[in-house]
Design a protein around this ligand. Structure first.
Ligand code: PLP
Length: 391
């Protein structure tokens, strides 16, 4: 008999467990090299660490302003101007959140009404669908296919209905490494303007880009007033545990988003916000180019190891993930194969189908992360080659 006291809310029943965390735990349990979850195994920049210690020693211990520490919002506005020629009002258009994760949830809860439709590209970062569901909106999926994951204008247009409220774009992309260029973004922008839709962009990998330029949807003509730009510090400064995310949105949308943020968290860690402000202000362009150079080396080691082991994969253009096709090695499904990789090769990955909603998507793919030290990636490549050679 079910105990009425033990029942959970209906909205939780639509949410599955995070496959990434599950595979992460399984990999750790079996002491595998963990290339499942996107967290670096190297240090954050010294300037951020020093600034965090200084803020704590300086007694920055109390609640920050809910929408974000004024210092941080000020340097963020300057950064958007300097890097992207984008005018952002620090008080009316910026919200600092507990990571891009809280940011995306606040955007969904602040801007979607029940029944609204939200277009999400597959393969996707796993939070977008659940965020829409939490807001009782309906995720509508558009599948982009490997190896190039190109956006088809006709297919996107066909999904738009009078209920479409938003299109979610993640560039550079997790899990594919695809970068949406100006032309792709213009296709989406044109449809947003024509059908009065908002664009929600997840730009958490904005600085991890191996070729081309990072184009902000919000800077395309007519898009500033209908774009919500989500980003954060986790990836740029290798501080995934600090939980500092950002939202830039026009004042009317920001007002709704901030109401949710205020009730859910009040705000994120005050001393760490101060430290991020110092980091953004003090780290010059050489930090960012140096970081990209290091990631490019890691990417090349990863790709070389995967290809030598028999995986097929496209070269990521940005971010630090690679979707690898294992059909030349095994005809198992992705979950069986990923579990066997942990147990027999000692390498943790995420099954490809967890990035798809549609039937059969990602069945012969697994995702590797390469935000790891070079020796970790070399060792992973060797283990994969040995595993594939054993058959
Ligand atoms: N968005 C994407 C595309 C991600 O890959 C991740 C983390 O892996 C996040 C958001 C979460 O970022 P945060 O650590 O700022 O919550």
């Amino acid at each position: 008999m079910t105990n009425a006291v033990q029942k959970t809310a209906r909205r939780t029943h639509t949410l599955g467990e995070s496959v990434i965390r599950e595979m992460n735990d399984f990999a750790d349990e079996h002491k595998a090299l963990n290339l499942a979850q996107g967290m670096p195994d190297f240090a954050a920049p010294e300037v951020l660490k020093e600034a965090a210690c200084a803020a704590i020693r300086g007694d920055v211990n109390q609640y920050a302003v809910t929408s974000g520490a004024p210092n941080l919002r000020k340097v963020l506005a300057k950064k958007y101007r300097d890097w992207y020629e984008m005018d952002v009002h620090p008080e009316r258009e910026i919200t600092v959140t507990c990571g891009a994760t809280e940011a995306m949830a606040c955007v969904a809860l602040g801007l979607f009404d029940p029944g609204d439709e939200v277009i999400i590209f597959e393969p996707f970062y796993e939070n977008y669908g659940p965020d829409a569901l939490l807001a009782e909106a309906k995720p509508v999926y558009l599948r982009l296919d490997p190896p190039t994951y190109d956006l088809d204008r006709e297919a996107l247009t066909a999904l738009i209905t009078p209920k479409t409220r938003a299109i979610v774009v993640n560039t550079p992309n997790n899990p594919t490494g695809r970068v949406f260029g100006r032309e792709d973004l213009q296709v989406i922008a044109d449809l947003c303007i024509e059908h009065d839709i908002i664009a929600i962009t997840d730009e958490i990998y904005e600085h991890i880009l191996y070729e081309g330029e990072h184009v902000l949807m919000a800077t395309l003509p007519g898009m500033a007033e209908r774009t919500v730009t989500v980003s954060g510090m986790s990836k740029t400064y290798s501080v995934t545990g600090w939980r500092i995310g950002t939202i830039v949105a026009p004042p009317a949308l920001t007002a709704g988003i901030q109401k949710i943020h205020d009730f859910v968290t009040v705000g994120t860690a005050a001393p760490l916000q101060e430290a991020c402000a110092v980091g953004i202000e003090q780290l010059g362009r050489d930090y960012y180019t140096g970081m990209i150079d290091e990631y490019r080396v890691r990417r090349n080691i990863m790709i070389e190891g995967l290809r030598a082991a028999g995986f097929q994969c496209a070269m990521p253009q940005g971010a630090y993930y690679v979707m690898a096709d294992f059909s030349a090695i095994s005809d198992e499904d992705d979950f069986t194969f990923a579990k066997r990789l942990i147990l027999e090769a000692g390498v943790g990955t995420v099954p490809g189908s967890s990035f798809y909603h549609s039937e059969g998507g990602g069945r012969s793919l697994v995702r590797f992360v390469f935000c790891k030290r070079e020796d970790t990636l070399r060792e992973a490549g060797q283990r994969l080659r040995d595993f594939a050679a054993r058959g």
